[in-house]
Design a protein. Structure first.
Length: 379
């Protein structure tokens, strides 16, 4: 979808050597991908972004969008076909929110009725009630609300490509996380190809299908977040992503990738003798008790029924330490484990039905670290 070939930018400085802001940058972003441009201040990431829509003229190299050489495209036409979002938002203060959203559709002389319907749909997609906000002015919105309007304004003309220059950088951490989630949900429906400048490695890991890390105008590595965290190309990348890169990978791995399938479940009125025999046959150390609708209600361990096997499960049951959804990530799972002072969690689906369990042992194994002995008690 977007291809850069040896993209270079030199800024002339009178009486001095030219400043190289981008040095032979070559990369490709597929249709529908979000690629995060990351790096320290002055590394060239914003310069590279702005050359794509010709806000900064390139010195040399090629830029292709959907197979078209942008050298052959008029800058104004090109920019109207690319959504652009900046940290400062740039809403027009004397225009209503509806008029702000529809600026580009109106410039392109798109059907006015359809563009207004589209504005309402986009507002709803970012959880802003169009009946309340469309007729307001920017000064009547909070900073986080204005930032959402800036994002959907860039989407109003349905461009295939979006460029975003630190769009959430000025938002407080709570609202930033909310807007990030809303944008990811929005783009999963719209499928835009997005180039996104950030300075935050955690934001890049959360939002990017790819991460491109720059240093002094050079593209040092461009790959998936997991590959960059697990196999940094050089010492600079290692230092930049941080020594806790193994922990950052927790956000990239879903619980479904770490789940231990349950070998057996039991019911409250099952006899301990029957449960002990099933545990022996299944080589299971733990059995989870489920209710009539398959929801986890408690658990019993092999150790608890080694001796006297008279009685039923409900007389010996322990409470489930905590649950985690099958589609959550391992970062959430580890947080839950610490919150419940437990080394395992029951995994549930949308209906709360028990699907299996995860342990600290298997999480450590997935990260390539030494297993924890505590996890062995239930794995």
């Amino acid at each position: 979808m977007i291809r850069l070939e040896n993209l270079t930018k030199h800024f002339e400085v009178p009486g001095k050597e030219p400043v190289i802001a981008a040095n032979n940058v070559s990369m490709e972003v597929d249709e529908g991908e979000i690629c995060i441009f990351l790096g320290p201040s002055g590394c060239g990431k914003t310069t590279a972004l702005k050359m794509i829509n010709k806000l900064i003229p390139k010195t040399s190299g090629k830029i292709y969008i959907a197979g078209k050489d942008t050298d052959d495209l008029d800058p104004i036409t090109l920019r109207r076909e690319i959504g652009y979002v900046i940290q400062q938002i740039g809403l027009f203060p004397n225009m209503t929110i509806e008029a702000n959203i529809c600026v580009v559709p109106d410039l392109l002389k798109m059907d006015k009725k359809k563009s207004r319907v589209k504005a309402r749909e986009l507002m709803e997609m970012v959880n802003l009630d169009p009946n309340i906000f469309l007729k307001r002015y920017p000064r009547e919105l909070s900073g986080g609300q204005q930032q959402r309007i800036g994002v959907i304004r860039a989407l109003a003309a349905d461009p295939p490509v979006m460029l975003m220059d630190e769009p959430f950088g000025a938002i407080d951490p709570i609202n930033r996380a909310v807007i990030q989630d809303e944008f990811l949900k929005l783009n999963s429906k719209l499928g835009k190809t997005v180039l996104f400048v950030s300075h935050d490695i955690d934001e890049a890991v959360k939002m990017g299908d790819k991460i491109a890390i720059f240093r002094e105008g050079v593209l040092e590595q461009c790959d998936t977040p997991d590959e960059i965290l697990s196999n940094p190309a050089n010492q600079f990348i290692k230092d930049f992503v941080g020594t806790d890169r193994a922990l950052k990978r927790l956000k990239l791995i879903k619980v479904s990738d770490a789940i231990m399938p349950f070998l057996m479940t039991v019911k409250s009125d099952d006899s301990l003798e029957k449960v002990a025999e099933e545990m022996r046959i299944n080589n299971a150390h733990i059995a989870v008790m489920v209710g009539p609708r398959g929801r986890a209600r408690g658990y019993i361990t092999k150790g608890e029924i080694k001796g006297d096997q008279r009685g039923i499960v409900s007389e010996y049951i322990d409470p489930i330490p905590g649950t985690i959804h099958v589609n959550d990530n391992l970062h959430d799972a580890v947080s839950q484990m610490y919150a419940h002072a437990s080394d395992w969690l029951a995994v549930v689906d949308d209906d709360g039905a028990y699907k299996g369990y995860i342990t600290q042992h298997i999480i450590a194994s997935l990260l390539g670290e030494a297993p924890r002995k505590q996890g062995d008690t239930i794995s």
